[in-house]
Design a protein around this ligand. Structure first.
Ligand code: ZN
Length: 114
């Protein structure tokens, strides 16, 4: 769990979930490789059958290793690992917030349909 995000509620939920949040989408692919966000610990490589890998590790670094070794992909270099800037952190928090909100939205929609 990334220290800078450890009091951030959507991130705490993301880390505690037993499965991949439903709002999670496939890694963004760039010329430099896939983008792994700050603090990410779950693999978002799209597997067969349109299901995300979902493999969970302890740190972003371990996730980078997993993506390279298990999926044979390149990972885009991040300048924000050591001391993330406030602007970058704000974007990351928004990203986690949106993912968890989408999860809650989908679960609520299913509950209504049931
Ligand atoms: Zn994976």
């Amino acid at each position: 769990m990334a220290a800078t995000l450890r009091n951030f509620e959507p991130y705490i939920r993301y880390c505690r979930f037993l499965v991949m949040p439903r709002g999670a989408e496939e890694f963004t692919d760039t010329d430099d490789g896939v983008v792994i966000e700050y603090g990410e610990i779950r693999c978002r490589v799209m597997g067969h059958g349109g299901v995300l890998c979902g493999h969970k590790v302890g740190t972003r670094g371990a996730l980078v290793t997993h993506v390279i070794k298990q999926h044979g992909l390149e990972v885009a270099h991040s300048d924000n690992e050591g001391r993330p800037s406030n602007i970058y952190l704000r974007e990351v928090k928004e990203w986690y917030t949106n993912m968890m909100m989408e999860h809650d939205r989908q679960v609520a929609a299913e509950t209504r349909a049931a």
